[in-house]
Ligand binder design. Sequence first.
Ligand code: MRU
Length: 345
Amino acid sequence: MRTTLKPLEWTGRGLRIIDQTRLPGRTVVVELRRYQDVIDAIKRLRVRGAPVIGIAAAYGVALGAAGIKAKTRRAFDAELAGIFDEFAASRPTAVDLFNAIARLKNAASQAPLGRVKEKLVAEAKKLHAEQVAATVRLSAAGAALLHDGDAVLTHCNAGPLAASGEGTALGVVRVAASQGKHIAAFATETRPLLQGARLTTCELMAAGVPVTLVTDSMAGYLMSQGKVNAVIVGADRVAANGDAANKIGTYSLAVLARAHRIPFYVAAPRSTFDPAIGSGKEIPIEERSPEEVTHIGRKRVAPRGVKVYNPAFDVTPARYITALITDMGVIPAPSRAKIKKALGR
Ligand code: MRU
């Protein structure tokens, strides 16, 4: 079985999503009919993963615009601007969200008032289709880096649920496996929200890739035992110099991979690049609620009143990244110049 669950789908009247917070226990499909519900789904990680956040926001803006009753351009634009602002405040780190917003703003500004609503739906559909196509190109480019017999470690979830299409990091693994290479995977559980344990394991099992679940703290031991040949992760934002933000814990894996001379790959489509940001130091890192750390699921595992720090992402400096795997091709030893050239193509 190749393709697994589709994370979202435009129905014409709303956005149908798989509630990723309920996986793997239950596959709950809900149709979001109000743009506020799309924002809530993004905030609560019912839809998640950088590219899918961007796609969801694009459809969400179209949904919000459809509900605007204003009759003058000025009043319409003011309401639409408010909707854009609400989406922009949903999650700060994945730049795909802001790239989608910029794209839809541009589309709206170019359409006459009577056609803005349909133009936004069309632009969201176009963005969605482009993202799917990007995952196919990215996965094919990255698959060439994996060898028969490799064991790959991945963190968080960068499969179809997070990116649509083939996925990004998991797309690379899935396509390499579909070429007949024997690829095995280790999935880190990815505390606090367990995207690795809950989602990556399912997607790899569905793709027929042998996957072993480990806790986050086991990665160094696995590498020291020679059990890992490559690390592949996704990204939420890649700065102009190649520094990459991804799920908290990614930086530790990159340092470990370097110490063990294991290649460390970051897979990300063009929509995840932020050339306006000079380095990873400028990437805004989302902090989430303490309950995500004091609890596992609904069960409290830490004493009441304990101080908690819960950054959802960290930044891996470009010097630890063996190559960026993108829909524009593979960028080995990423640098400012190489990224600029790739984005310019
Ligand atoms: O908080 P999440 O689950 O949205 O974080 C997701 C990740 O960190 C992914 O690795 C990243 O968005 C890339 S998805 C192709």
